[in-house]
Design a protein around this ligand. Structure first.
Ligand code: HEC
Length: 159
């Protein structure tokens, strides 16, 4: 009976034991931790995307916001691209909090951001607005599980 736990430990060691060695030979150099990745890449990019299309109501009335120039549209596409690739950065060794839900949500971020990118490339105002909400949902979903103190990142539409 005493052998059984030892065997399980051996199996676990065989399954996962090699990982640190492989990781140490990785060429990746993390420039920042999760908080910095969020603060310097993900959040600014999401801000650009969310602010691109919408309606502002103030004392002077209702103002529709949307990109009008090639440069403005490119900035929206760039933002979606940055969020999408950030999903990969979140899955890096040292950043990933686990191999389960964390990975699923990081991949979800990539998937919705790719659709957000398509919407921007197509210059489809309704689709950009809708995909902004989809991206927001993935942000808050992960924060609810792993960063409850930042549940709601800044979204000018909900402020
Ligand atoms: C896979 C999980 C995950 C996803 C998806 C995710 N975040 Fe985060 N986010 C975190 C975690 C974890 C932290 C807390 C990091 C820490 O403080 O160590 C965080 C922190 C933040 C912070 C606070 C940074 C600071 O300076 O304290 C902001 C802002 C933020 N995220 C924005 C976003 C936005 C915007 C999105 C979506 C576009 C997003 N996050 C998607 C996990 C995620």
């Amino acid at each position: 009976m005493t052998r059984q736990p030892a065997l399980s430990i051996l199996v676990v060691a065989l399954l996962y034991g090699c990982a640190p060695e492989q990781e140490s030979s990785s060429n990746f150099v993390a420039v920042g931790d999760m908080r910095e990745l969020m603060a310097h890449i993900v959040d600014p990019a999401a801000g650009v995307y969310w602010d691109a299309v919408g309606t502002i109501v103030d004392a002077e009335g209702v103002h529709e916001m949307y990109p009008t120039t090639d440069e403005e549209w490119e900035a929206v596409s760039n933002a979606a691209f940055m969020i999408a690739e950030s999903g990969n950065l979140m899955m890096m060794e040292g950043r990933a909090r686990d191999q389960g839900a964390w990975m699923t949500m990081s991949r979800q971020l990539i998937e919705v951001s790719q659709r957000a990118l398509e919407a921007a490339d197509a210059r489809n105002l309704d689709a950009v607005f809708d995909m902004g909400a989809e991206v927001y949902y993935v942000c808050t979903n992960c924060h609810a599980a792993y960063a409850i103190e930042t549940l709601r990142p800044t979204d000018s539409r909900t402020n």
